[in-house]
Design a protein around this ligand. Structure first.
Ligand code: GLU
Length: 311
């Protein structure tokens, strides 16, 4: 498969790039608006570490919502399933990723799932550590390990840009505090600060592919043999990726591509083929549901060709 990917990916990238023209880079975090809308790149990595790379794969980008998968895993390791599901539910919302609607409409006011912003902010509040710096440090360390020891850091400009413009996330977080999803001891601004930082972690397609491969292999890094995450937690995270990883287009993506994936507003997508492949994609132009238009088209093409659907 890797050989065929190497041969075909350059053509598939060019075919999918046309779809990027139909999308728009995110503007609500001002710094993200600087990304090149016509870029599209991919790295696919197999369990032996072999890769296929094509397009603008060297373009660095921030993880944004993709980081939520990893904070969820860390929160499970810190609190167990019960501790996490006391604060977030297991269902997709059908609403926008930053919506407040169901927090008030549906009792008991806890976020429907850990991948929408409200749920991810609640999950971030569960990460252990004596100070916000310690909690950010533990998340950074976990991301580095998940990326095979990569030297990751958060992008200061993107972090500042989001922090300065995050009126909606602030309102969500204060609402959670009022509903006691963020508990009495939790400082809302401190939680948000950790959240903005993990969303701003800068990464490349190759690093993302390595992280995806860890999930594809059930939490054990196939290149080192080290089990970083219990298999059960990875199983739950992958289930959320299927049901809500691609925003409100998760159903459509499950039908068309049928593989676990998580996208972010930077245009990144982490996707995987269980046991076989980790995939990292960047394509900053987004469609109306918030997913990389070029990236989604590319994944659909690949899945159809190789019959990857898990269903
Ligand atoms: N940092 C972004 C936010 O909170 C992440 C959103 C996303 O990638 O979906 O709005």
């Amino acid at each position: 498969m890797m050989e065929q990917l190497r041969l075909q990916l350059p053509d598939w990238i060019e075919a999918s790039r046309i779809y990027a023209e139909k999308g728009q880079v995110a503007h609500y975090i001002p710094e993200l608006a600087k990304a090149p809308g016509d870029a599209l790149g991919i790295v696919a990595m197999g369990p032996d570490g072999e890769t296929a790379t094509a397009g603008d794969a060297d373009l660095p980008f921030t993880m944004q919502s993709i980081s939520k998968v990893f904070t969820l895993l860390l929160a499970f390791m810190d609190n167990g399933e019960e501790g996490v599901f006391a604060k977030v539910g297991m269902e997709p919302t059908g609403d926008d990723f930053n919506s407040m609607l169901k927090l008030e409409l549906v009792e008991p006011g806890k976020p429907f799932n850990p991948l929408i912003n409200a749920g991810a902010i609640a999950v971030t509040s569960l990460i252990h550590g004596a100070t916000p710096e310690a909690r950010t440090g533990r998340i950074m360390q976990f991301l580095r390990e998940a990326a095979g020891g990569a030297d990751l850091a958060y992008n200061e400009a993107v972090y500042r840009s989001e922090s300065a413009s995050a009126h909606r996330n602030r309102s969500l977080a204060y609402f959670l505090k009022d509903n006691e999803v963020l508990d009495a001891a939790t400082d809302v601004e401190e939680v948000l600060d950790v959240y903005f930082k993990h969303c701003a972690v800068e990464i490349t397609c190759a690093q993302l592919a390595r992280m995806a491969l860890l999930l594809a292999c059930g939490g054990t890094d196939p290149l080192t043999g080290v089990q970083l995450v219990p298999r059960r937690y990875v199983q739950i995270a992958k289930t959320f990726m299927i049901t809500c990883g691609m925003y409100n287009a998760s159903g459509e993506f499950a039908i068309r591509a049928g593989i676990p994936a998580k996208s972010g507003v930077s245009g990144g997508i982490l996707a995987l083929v269980p046991g076989k492949l980790g995939i990292g994609i960047i394509g900053p132009a987004l469609g109306e549901k918030g997913n990389s238009t070029g990236g989604v088209h590319l994944l659909e093409t690949m899945s159809e060709t190789f019959d990857w659907s898990i269903f």
